[in-house]
Design a protein around this ligand. Structure first.
Ligand code: CA
Ligand code: CA
Length: 237
C-alpha cells in the first residue's frame, strides 16, 4: 500500500501536475452585496461616485450617472492571497446593455500591496465603442470592438509574462507584461465610470471567480518521499 503511495508521489514529483485552486468566488444570488467577506466600495481619490451598485436579479448591477463630471462606480474584492501561483485567472460573466454617451466599463487586476501595479481590460462607449487593455497606466491595445450587450463569459488570464482576455472561450486579445509577475496578493476592481450629462449607463456582472494554478514545490515532494520511505524502512526493521 505504502509502496503504491510512494510510486504515486514519485510520479507526481517527476511529472508535476498543475493544480487549480479557487480563491474567491461570488454568484451574487442572494440579493445582498457581501461586504463582510468579499467586497469593498472603491472610493476614487479625486472623483466622487456617481450612480449605484446593487445585487439583484441574481447578479451585480451597476448604474452610473456622470452629470457632466467623471464619476466612477466600482467595487473591489478584499485582498486575495495567491502565494505560489503559476497562473492566475479572474473569470465570470458580464454585459453592457447599451453603449452610449461617455462611459467606460472595466475589470482591473491590481497588486494588493502596490496599487501602481495593475492591468485593466475595458470597453469604452464613446467614439466607438472601443476595447482597451492598459498595463500600469500604459495603453497597449485600443481598437473598435462591439460591447457584449448580452451576458458573455470572460476570463482574464496571466502567467507572469502574457496577459490574455477571453470572451465566450475565444481569445480576444493578449499583451506581454511582467507588471504583476512578482505579486502574490491581488485585488480585482470591477465597474466603470460615466462622464456625460445623461443618466444611466449600466454594466452587470455574474458568477465571478479568482483562481490560481500552481505546481507542487519540489521540496514538498522530497519531504513526502522521505516520510514514506522512512515508514517503509521502519516496517522492514
Ligand atoms: Ca450576495
Ligand atoms: Ca448569479
Amino acid at each position: 500500500m505504502k509502496k503504491v503511495l510512494l510510486m504515486a508521489i514519485a510520479f507526481l514529483c517527476i511529472t508535476p501536475a498543475v493544480f487549480g485552486l479557487t480563491l474567491f468566488s461570488d454568484d451574487f444570488n442572494d440579493n445582498s452585496i457581501d461586504y463582510a467577506n468579499r467586497w469593498n466600495n472603491y472610493v476614487h481619490p479625486t472623483y466622487p461616485s456617481g450612480g449605484s451598485v446593487v445585487e439583484q436579479n441574481q447578479r451585480l448591477e451597476f448604474t452610473m450617472y456622470g452629470a457632466n463630471a467623471p464619476r466612477p462606480r466600482r467595487l473591489e474584492t478584499h485582498s486575495i492571497n495567491a502565494s505560489g501561483w503559476e497562473t492566475i485567472d479572474f473569470s465570470g460573466h458580464w454585459m453592457i446593455p447599451a453603449t452610449r454617451y461617455t462611459a467606460e466599463f472595466d475589470i482591473s487586476i491590481i497588486d494588493a500591496n502596490n496599487p501602481s501595479l495593475y492591468i485593466v481590460v475595458a470597453y469604452q462607449s464613446w467614439g466607438g465603442p472601443y476595447f482597451r487593455m492598459t498595463d500600469a497606466g500604459v495603453i497597449k491595445e485600443h481598437y473598435l470592438r462591439s460591447t457584449p450587450s448580452n451576458m458573455v463569459s470572460f476570463s482574464l488570464r496571466y502567467d507572469g509574462s502574457t496577459f490574455e482576455y477571453w470572451e465566450n472561450d475565444i481569445l480576444v486579445d493578449s499583451i506581454t507584461s511582467t507588471t504583476l509577475a512578482g505579486s502574490d496578493s491581488f485585488i480585482v476592481r470591477i465597474g466603470g465610470w460615466d462622464y456625460s450629462a445623461y443618466p444611466n449607463q449600466y454594466v452587470y456582472f455574474d458568477d465571478v471567480a479568482f483562481s490560481m494554478s500552481a505546481v507542487p514545490e519540489p521540496a514538498t515532494c522530497i519531504l513526502l518521499l522521505s516520510v514514506i520511505a522512512g515508514l517503509l524502512v521502519r516496517k522492514k526493521m
